[in-house]
Design a protein around this ligand. Structure first.
Ligand SMILES: Cc1cc2nc3c(=O)[nH]c(=O)nc-3n(C[C@H](O)[C@H](O)[C@H](O)COP(=O)(O)OP(=O)(O)OC[C@H]3O[C@@H](n4cnc5c(N)ncnc54)[C@H](O)[C@@H]3O)c2cc1C
Ligand code: FES
Length: 278
């Protein structure tokens, strides 16, 4: 982290990789060698990316912490800043503040079954955790990835899921609420798939990311099946501005998502999920 948390460091675009319609991976390198040498992050943390003259947005880091010289962000173009970032080519510069927030408890998951459940159009915060665990497979008993989408056409990175499924010790489960022709996976709610996952829930750490309704349903289903609440972690999303707990934009009850989260143990956030206005 640079000494002044509000002053963005300069970062150079090394590559802008098109993942699918509207989704791209921005590969960045901090321009100043001193910033590069001191930069460190953990899976689940995020950076504030500043498109000069337009604005700043929080984006999860998806690359491996062992190589902080190259920092990848997978981004969906939805608005002013993300559409602008999508147009950047190699050699362009952006501002970068970070890393911010509490990441996934990768160390707590050691010697356990790792269960990663995501809902929506591919969930960047857990991609970092999956890649981290795959590179260190000996530390985890099994790695189970469960992904649900509204419609089968919404699934991005299908080849990525197939590649993960082909690895020893890795199981991938895919569900679509509604499916079109040629969808060989489960049709129905993601919670219906959880019973098929063969993990030892007494020795499992679960990471969940997606819309709040989905996270709540998945969490309650896993608890009912015997997972301990303190073995369950969720990644929350809110609008952010300062990213360091000053401006109040991301406040959720007593916590600031930017600094106390975005990853929370379930018992610490359970009472505020789905509550309007917190
Ligand atoms: C901790 C954290 C980590 C995040 N990590 C990632 C990441 O890794 N990759 C990524 O793509 N995004 C991520 N986001 C979301 C991202 O910050 C927002 O999509 C971004 O701020 C949008 O900015 P914009 O200026 O492009 O769009 P805006 O101009 O702010 O919004 C344009 C329109 O898009 C809608 N919109 C905004 N965000 C979203 C969204 N997430 N989904 C659907 N519609 C939206 C708005 O409601 C608005 O109608 C993260 C957010 C948080 C809080
Ligand atoms: S973004 Fe300002 S308090 Fe969290």
């Amino acid at each position: 982290m640079n000494s002044h948390v509000f002053a963005p460091m300069r970062a150079t675009v090394l590559d802008n990789i098109r993942e699918s319609e509207g989704i791209f991976t921005l590969r960045l390198q901090l321009s100043d060698p001193q910033h590069r040498a001191s930069y460190q992050f953990m899976p689940g943390q995020f950076n504030m990316l500043y498109l000069y003259g337009v604005g700043e947005v929080p984006i999860s880091i998806v690359s491996d912490p062992q190589d902080p010289g190259v920092i990848d962000h997978t981004i969906r173009s939805v608005g002013r800043v993300t559409r602008g970032l999508a147009k950047l080519e190699a050699g362009a510069e952006v501002g970068l503040r970070g890393p911010f927030g509490q990441g996934w408890p990768m160390a707590l998951a050691r010697n356990k079954d790792l269960l990663i459940v995501t809902g929506g159009l591919g969930c960047a915060p857990v991609v970092a955790a999956i890649n981290f665990a795959l590179k260190r497979k000996a530390y985890y008993e099994t790695i189970n990835i469960v992904q649900g989408v509204k419609h089968s056409d919404d699934l991005i990175w299908r080849r990525q899921y197939e590649a993960w499924q082909a690895l020893e010790g890795v199981e991938v489960f895919l569900a679509a609420d509604q499916s079109g022709p040629g969808w060989p996976f489960h049709t129905g709610l993601i919670t219906e798939l959880l019973g098929q996952v063969t993990v030892d829930l007494k020795n499992t750490l679960a990471m969940v990311c997606g819309p709040e309704g989905m996270m709540h349903a998945v969490a309650e289903s896993l608890l009912q099946q015997g997972l301990s609440a303190y073995s369950l972690y969720l990644s929350m999303e809110r609008n952010m501005q300062c990213a360091v707990g000053h401006c109040g934009h991301c406040q959720m009850g007593a916590d600031f998502i930017c600094k106390d989260g975005p990853v929370f143990a379930y018992p610490d956030i359970r009472d505020r999920l789905l509550l309007a206005g917190v």
